[in-house]
Design a protein around this ligand. Structure first.
Ligand code: ADP
Length: 617
């Protein structure tokens, strides 16, 4: 046996030829006398080739292989011209092959053929090409220096740039400056992690107009490929919704403010009637009804105003150290009448000793009054209402439970949403607007607390639980709590200026009935002229008045040395912190919101001979 190195090398090559996955064979075209090839004689074929041919139903017929005519011609050509061929070609159906056909030196008319099956690879490429053709999604590729190296038709349509125009453009050229920071962030994320969280930003079209895109980038090799959805329509719709929502809020705020104006004279008129009808029981009962309904109306209007403030983020809480017991006592007082009217049993369980939270006493009272008034409303007469307060680590937990109609489980998660009402409860709602619990939730959050609800379902009662962060007992009670209540003010000289004549007249009557001397004016200039003659101790000035508004009038009062002892009280529908600041800046001593309450009146008159008068001496 010949075992020379040459023979061994041949054996090695034979083994290699037989074992490679590629389909390899040696062919010799066989011509017919007419010049057309009859077929290709298969001189050698490795195992992969035999398998490949068998799987495509191409068994040689007496050593002659009959391929499709175009293939036969192609290979014949290679043998005839003596030039090799390299190409990726469709074989049959969806099969693709990479072809390398070459004349075999030293074997005239023979050619070597190597076929490599690339069907899977080709399928993948076609899938990607198909993906890229999608017209509703933009597909763009950024080169290593973040210049565009490819865009699909979808992106061309979104941006207005043709493929050629877009090439080489950087993201900075296509992005309005205010979005550069967001884009830089995404670029850094992609560079560091290979992907960025999908993000939305505005893009510039070729004509300079803008469009909104949702971008999802991915690093592939040196490039970053980005998928883009045009979300301009959705963005515009959202902006329109926000605008109409803001308008609605502004409308609510204005409506509530406008509603307050007529409520003020009605409330004053009520009190005048009360003073005059003490001895007629039927009239008194009627007045009680009107008074209660009026209070309800005032509460609704206040809730509306609060909603407008909450939705515009303007609610302010004045934080102080507040006793939870005091807040609960005030809240219970506010619902006592309705509690009695429905003959509910009330039990209150408080922890030993006082518990304090940092909060706004008025706002916290509003929270528990709302919960209590709901408990009263949604519990049939003769029910049981429980208020429990207990301590948890760092917290105080106050729960308001009732034995009422309960809340079905599916409604519980939504009761804190604005305007949400359980349909079956309408009969009990007593004219509610579905605002109360939304206010409770917002106010509790503003205090760093939480509120939740639990009910075992219809007819099983409800429990609302408020958790608030607890603070240490204050070293001394705030000074204002030591001011004695119920001091009746001595007779005063009072000026009332309001362009709403009813409001001015009813307040004047009320004040006269209490023994004061009162004059009225309907604009700022008239008020000033009158004040210079009348020298009032107190002037109630409305803010929105014709000719001269309340702010200007206050400035002129302050500029007039003869009026320096007059206590200036702004009496207005506007009660925002900014409004209060405006009146303080103009020189007002006090800012009261309409309708004037007995406490407000006392505050205005009780201190009329206070700091300003003392300062003069
Ligand atoms: P409303 O003005 O309708 O009372 P709220 O925001 O205070 O508005 O309450 C929202 C809804 O939650 C109510 O309409 C009612 O269906 C339900 N609800 C609130 N409190 C109770 C309660 N204690 N028992 C049963 N249902 C309640």
């Amino acid at each position: 046996m010949d075992s020379s190195p040459t023979t061994r090398l041949e054996e090695v090559f034979q083994t290699f030829f037989d074992m490679t996955d590629d389909c390899c064979c040696v062919l010799q075209p066989e011509g017919e006398p007419s010049g057309h090839a009859r077929g290709l004689r298969l001189l050698h074929a490795n195992a992969s080739c035999q398998q490949f041919l068998a799987s495509h139903g191409l068994q040689p017929d007496a050593g002659l292989l009959r391929l499709d005519p175009p293939w036969t011609r192609l290979l014949e050509d290679v043998a005839a011209r003596g030039e090799p061929l390299r190409a990726c070609l469709a074989w049959k159906g969806s099969d693709w092959v990479e072809v390398h056909a070459f004349p075999l030196p030293g074997s005239p008319g023979c050619l070597g053929l190597r076929l490599h099956d690339i069907s899977q690879h080709r399928q993948m490429v076609e899938r990607l090409i198909g993906l890229r053709r999608i017209s509703t999604v933009g597909v763009i590729s950024w080169g290593p220096a973040f210049g565009l190296v490819d865009i699909n038709e979808g992106f061309a349509r979104m941006s207005g740039f043709s493929h050629a125009e877009a090439m080489g453009k950087t993201w900075q050229e296509l992005t309005p400056p205010e979005y550069h920071q967001a884009s830089w962030h995404a670029v850094r994320q992609v560079t560091e992690t290979g992907e960025a969280v999908p993000y939305e930003k505005e893009y510039m079209r070729k004509d300079g107009s803008r469009w909104w895109g949702l971008f999802a980038p991915r690093k592939i090799g040196d490039e970053v490929i980005e998928f883009v959805l045009d979300v301009t329509e959705r963005r515009l719709a959202e902006a329109a919704l926000r605008t109409s929502d803001r308008r609605k809020d502004e409308f609510l705020a204005t409506l509530a403010h406008e509603l307050r104006n007529p409520l003020a004279p009605i409330k004053n008129g009520m009190q005048i009637l009360r003073l005059k009808s003490q001895e007629a029981p039927a009239t008194r009962r009627t007045l009680d009804v009107i008074d209660r309904q009026l209070d309800h109306l005032v509460r609704l209007v206040d809730d509306l105003l609060d909603v407008a403030r909450i939705t515009s983020g303007k609610v302010r809480v004045v934080l102080d150290v507040v006793s939870v017991g005091d807040v609960l006592a005030r809240s219970l007082e506010s619902v006592q009448a309705s509690l009695d009217a429905k003959s509910h049993r009330l039990s209150v369980e408080l922890p030993e000793g006082e518990v304090f939270v940092r909060g706004d006493a008025d706002r916290l009272t509003q929270v528990f009054s709302n919960l209590l008034s709901n408990a009263v409303k949604y519990t049939p007469a003769g029910g049981h209402i429980r208020v429990q307060s207990s301590l948890a680590p760092g917290q105080v937990v106050v729960s308001v439970s009732d034995s009422g109609i309960g809340i079905p489980a599916e409604h519980q998660p939504r009761v804190f949403e604005l305007f949400s009402q359980v349909r079956d409860h309408q009969a009990h709602a007593g004219g509610g607007l579905g605002i109360g619990l939304a206010l409770v939730d917002s106010l509790v959050r503003l205090h760093g607390g939480t509120v939740d609800v639990h009910s075992d379902g219809s007819g099983q009662g409800s429990t609302f639980r408020v958790r608030l962060p607890r603070v240490q007992e204050p070293s001394a009670r705030p000074a204002h709590e030591n001011v004695p209540q119920g001091v009746s003010a001595p007779s005063r000289r009072i000026l009332v200026a309001d362009d709403n004549v009813d409001a001015a007249d009813t307040l004047a009557s009320l004040l006269r009935a209490a023994g004061h001397q009162v004059v009225t004016a309907s604009d700022g200039r008239e008020a000033l002229a009158l004040a210079r003659r009348f020298r009032p101790d107190v002037a109630f000035l409305d803010l929105g008045m014709p000719v001269m508004d309340g702010i200007q009038a206050a400035r002129e009062f302050r500029a007039d040395r003869g009026l320096s002892t007059t206590r200036l009280v702004a009496l207005t529908g506007w009660g925002q912190p900014a409004d209060r600041q405006r009146t303080a800046d103009a020189g007002f001593d006090l800012h009261l919101v309409k309708p004037l309450t007995p406490n407000g009146l006392q505050e205005a008159l009780g201190a009329a001979a206070g700091p300003r008068a003392e300062a003069k001496t």
